[in-house]
Design a binder for this molecule. Structure first.
Ligand code: GUN
Length: 298
């Protein structure tokens, strides 16, 4: 493997090992095992794959997996009742409602119904507010995974210019908050940004989370830029369906200093961070002091 390629599979497996170890210690101390409830609505093929992987990895680290697969036509009230039930379930420390939800359901209403202390996605308004205020909170898994990668490869982000492409609540916005907390200078770009190419050329680090296959080209980036590709796009090539990121990988690999591949880069980090968040959510619920993140990851 080229030494420019960031091995997300390896980093994520190290994190899952640590989560397993800390989870085991927590069990020895309290006799309790963290439980993660995953709610999947409908038949979205990508969501089904993500949820299957999440459940597999949850069991692998020794946590309890609680699955709720609901029909596409489930009503908003039924979903609210389920979230309330999980909020009050002592065997559930983390709740994840897989997005997107069907159009007839108000996603914000459902996400804000999850108790903030069980909100392992970090999407509840309380957790969002804490993140932006620099307070300890549960942090969205994908940007948390990207920040762990960046800490590993570039110890000090002070003064670095990071360009984030994408302003979603799931990635772009929380990524910006995390990077500001790491003393980076942050520019958030999106579909209305003028001359995105020129902005990208000023970046030490690019985080691409825009959902457009292979949008970022080598002539957009500086020599030696670090590229974090969050995109997971299914495209057809030579009559085969393959996954590509938001970055033209083969093109940018030549010029950048480091890059995350798709698949095998950010994707596995998201799941590892979900398990990390479930562990972090469990300490206060089990009446134990929460170790800080760096002591778990060191
Ligand atoms: N759909 C795509 N990414 C995510 C995520 O990080 N969490 C949830 N709940 N749904 C998603």
């Amino acid at each position: 493997m080229s030494d420019k390629i960031i091995d997300g599979k390896l980093i994520s497996s190290e994190i899952r090992e640590k989560v397993k170890k800390f989870g085991g210690q927590l069990k020895s101390k309290t006799g309790k095992v963290p439980g993660l409830a995953v709610v999947l609505v409908g038949e979205n093929p990508a969501s089904r794959v993500y949820v299957k992987n999440k459940i597999e990895k949850t069991i692998e680290v020794g946590f309890t997996s609680i699955e709720h697969k609901l029909n596409e036509k489930v009503s908003e009230n039924e979903l609210i009742d389920l979230v309330d039930k999980l909020n009050n379930d002592k065997n559930v420390q983390g709740i994840l409602v897989q997005l997107p939800l069907p159009k007839h359901v108000d996603s914000d209403k459902i996400l804000d119904r999850i108790k903030p202390e069980k909100d392992v996605d970090g999407f509840h308004a309380n957790n969002v507010g804490k993140l932006w205020s620099g307070l300890d909170s549960l942090v969205p898994c994908t940007p948390l995974g990207c920040s762990i990668i960046l800490k590993k490869i570039s110890k000090d982000l002070s003064g670095k210019h990071v360009v984030i492409i994408g302003r979603s609540n799931i990635v772009g916005k929380p990524m910006a908050a995390l990077l500001l907390g790491m003393n980076a200078t942050v520019t958030i770009c999106h579909s209305r940004t003028k001359d995105l190419e020129s902005v990208c050329k000023t970046a030490d680090i690019i985080v691409a989370a825009v959902g457009i296959p292979e949008m970022v080209k080598s002539y957009w980036i500086r020599e030696d830029a670090i590229i974090i590709d969050v995109g997971i796009n299914r495209v057809e090539r030579d009559e085969k369906k393959i996954l590509v990121g938001d970055v033209d990988y083969n093109d940018c690999l030549k010029k950048c200093s480091l890059i995350t591949p798709v698949p095998g880069g950010v994707g596995p980090m998201t799941i590892a961070c979900l398990l990390l968040n479930t562990l972090l959510a469990s300490y206060p619920q089990f009446g134990e002091p929460t170790p800080d993140l760096s002591s778990i990851l060191e």
